[in-house]
Design a protein around this ligand. Sequence first.
Ligand SMILES: Cc1cc2nc3c(=O)[nH]c(=O)nc-3n(C[C@H](O)[C@H](O)[C@H](O)COP(=O)(O)O)c2cc1C
Length: 359
Amino acid sequence: MDIYRAIAAPFLFNIRAEAAHRFSIWALKLGLAPRYRRKRHENLATELWGVRFPNPIGLAAGFDKDCEVIAALLALGFGFVEAGTVTPRPQAGNPKPRLFRLTEDRAVINRLGFNSGGHDEFYRHLNSWRSGSGSGPIGINVGKNKDSDDAVADYVAGVRRFAALADYLVVNVSSPNTPGLRDLQSKIRLQELAAAAIDARNEAAENAGDTGRCPLLIKIAPDLGESELEDIAQVALESGIDGIIATNTTIARPPELQSPAAAEAGGLSGRPLFEPSTRVLGDLYRLTGGNVPLIGAGGVFSGRDAYEKIIAGASLVQIYTSLVYRGPGVAARICDELAACLAAEGFATVSSAVGARHR
Ligand SMILES: Cc1cc2nc3c(=O)[nH]c(=O)nc-3n(C[C@H](O)[C@H](O)[C@H](O)COP(=O)(O)O)c2cc1C
């Protein structure tokens, strides 16, 4: 019997979405997550930026914002976990309620607004995990405070603080819930931000006496037109950014949404995001000639969905909303499905399938 489906899911879906999220973090901290049989799939192991990933299915940013439960999340079968978004100073985020399930649509709307314990708290959690037995690929997603008047300085502070402890860093310029944030995706501002973040990352490596430099990624929105994507591709190629995450949540509301909560303001994730985010991912792969590693996020619920992201150009895939609807066994299940799917399509490895749709 699946204990999650029988007991936890009915309870979690009966309480408010944000309370359910807090409860899940609490249960993970206490080691109460159900245990799932995790198979090792040789064809899912992959390497990117010199980092080894046991499988390409990661947990997207926003679930573990304060880096409280990464070990428990890795134990659920995720190939990597991205913690954050973390802001330099603690901030409360937007007034509640600010998280809504769109159950009929297999979707979520959030307008959390970067609720964050701040760099210091995040660092304490991350450092104590790393100084224990903590290994396993971890991305750190950094943001800016809402009341900050120097966005670049906030991102640079995040990069400096976490470069030595992360397997990759993400400059998040695509949350729809912090006013003005997404304007940082415009060409000139992105050039300036990318250059400053790369300098900070390089300095951090020199100060630590590291030969390796922490890969630095940007995370973009799905609500961008062709010319904006061309600009982003050009900045990525010219600046030396190590990768792009496509995509964050959307401010669009597809007309087919059924749930009453569809009218709420915020970023929409889940099933309705699959198609637009995969389109942006594929466009970026084409515009960068496959020369910038991409992480595909948006609406992945199954191994087949993950496969679609990979052949569109994703070297790695992330999920969040399907964890809400399919439960804590979702990563292990998607891995089983993806391993079978790759084999059935004639691919021996994940990397050989990346971008296959474009060939
Ligand atoms: C409740 C919630 C909170 C999120 N918070 C963040 C965040 O802090 N930083 C970020 O970069 N993305 C955040 N995201 C976006 C996800 O990382 C992901 O890009 C998006 O939800 C699309 O994936 P999905 O359809 O699998 O959920 C959040 C998403 C949700 C649902």
